[in-house]
Design a binder for this molecule. Structure first.
Ligand code: FES
Length: 65
């Protein structure tokens, strides 16, 4: 089982929060649409924005799994 860790420090969003926000998503949805969905659900990347790339790579990691 994967360990949880915080990805967006401004909003306290973790790997599991992102995974949860993606659970009904289609693997074929594009990255931008998925990012918007995760952002709406978790408010990630709405502070300093420094986590943006990490959020995107986490989304692709989860969707490829
Ligand atoms: S770390 Fe995510 S918005 Fe600052």
């Amino acid at each position: 089982m994967k360990e949880n860790y915080e990805i967006c420090h401004c909003m306290g969003v973790t790997y599991f929060d992102i995974e949860d926000a993606l659970k009904d998503s289609d693997k074929l949805e594009d990255a931008v649409a998925l990012f918007d969905k995760v952002q709406q659900a978790t408010h990630c990347s709405t502070g300093c924005g420094g986590c943006h790339d990490k959020i995107l790579s986490t989304i692709s990691e989860i969707m490829m799994a």
